[in-house]
Design a protein around this ligand. Structure first.
Ligand code: SF4
Length: 324
């Protein structure tokens, strides 16, 4: 008998809604759930191939113990009870001989102590601090900046549907969507509305978003902070900022104005390889079409040097133009 079950995809933390077709206890199809409140039927490639992943012959279903030399690829299946006993014994020996801090925990998509089971285990072991994860290069960087500047994260909550200017900076939403496809659909929806919002894309590559943009700034990779400083420079120099908002809510504006004098568009053209006039035009379009929003993307977190400064500058742009 074939039944359809509601489920959520756990291949990433968007947890898109799934309709899973099951026949005689076996998954035979996976599709997007159109009634899911956030993903609304969207699925990326990973979920579409979920059944293939589940039943792949190399899928790990039992503990395997190495029987050959490391790298030889020789394993034998052992029962769970034996695996757990052997691991527990090994951990006890390590802790006894070297102390609990001889161990480190590394994890993927989960960040910091978000993975409760690992956090609890590490606490009980007496070593809650040796944790490495992708937080500093994915999301948490920008999150921390927004917490410090605004008191809450704004960058992932842009209201694209009502924006008159959308800046796609550090994301490629039509291909690599971190919000279950929602962001790209909202951009397309906004593009169908009247009046159409202005779209600015900052990306070294000519992406699908760049193809639909009013302005595409083909930036030299890794120079985003300089570009953002030039935008702030233009907006302050040309008095395009929101004076009431700055007066009421912003601290350190005069020092900011002094600092960004070091980044006029002509100098930033040399750093970013974007023509100075185009930098000016983009800054004006951003400042003059309010409300304006930056899309959500984690690429700036991965730039290395100055990655934190990119989000800091975007947050400053959001603030001085009153787009909070
Ligand atoms: S974006 Fe893809 S991997 Fe992530 S939850 Fe949705 S379908 Fe699954």
């Amino acid at each position: 008998m074939r039944v359809v079950r509601r489920a959520a995809c756990f291949f990433c933390h968007n947890n898109c809604g799934l309709l899973v077709e099951v026949e005689d206890g076996r998954v035979v199809g996976v599709r997007g759930d159109p009634d899911h409140p956030t993903s609304r039927g969207y699925l990326c490639e990973r979920a579409r191939f979920a059944a293939g992943w589940l039943y792949h012959p190399d899928q790990l279903r039992h503990p395997l113990k190495r029987v050959g030399e490391r790298g030889e690829g020789k394993w034998k299946t052992i029962p769970w009870s034996q695996a757990l006993d052997e691991i527990a014994e090994r951990l006890k020996t390590l802790v006894r001989e070297y102390g609990p801090e001889c161990l480190a925990f590394a994890e993927g998509t989960y960040r910091s102590d978000a993975y409760w089971a690992r956090a609890r285990f590490a606490n009980l072991l007496g070593n809650p601090q040796n944790v490495v994860g992708p937080s500093t290069i994915c999301f948490v960087n920008a999150y921390a900046i927004d917490l410090a500047i605004f008191g809450r994260p704004l960058f992932s909550r842009a209201d694209l549907k009502r924006s008159r200017c959308i800046v796609v900076w550090g994301s490629n939403p039509s291909e690599s969507e971190s919000s279950g496809g929602l962001q790209w659909r909202r951009i397309l929806q906004a593009l169908r509305s009247k009046p159409k919002p202005k779209i600015i894309v900052v990306d070294p590559r000519f992406t699908e978003a760049a193809r639909r943009a009013d302005l595409w700034l083909q930036i030299r990779p890794g120079t985003d902070a300089a570009l953002a400083l030039a935008w702030i420079n233009v907006i302050i120099e040309e008095e395009l900022y929101d004076k009431d908002f700055v007066e009421k809510w912003c601290y350190g504006f005069n020092r900011l104005a002094e600092r960004v004098k070091e980044y006029p568009p002509e100098r930033v053209e040399e750093i970013t390889w974007i023509p100075a006039e185009k930098i000016r035009e983009a800054a004006r379009v951003y400042a003059e079409n309010r409300p304006a929003a930056f899309t959500f993307g984690v690429s700036p977190d991965q730039l290395g040097p100055n990655s934190t400064r990119v989000r800091q500058c975007q947050a400053i742009l959001t603030a001085i133009t009153g787009n909070v």
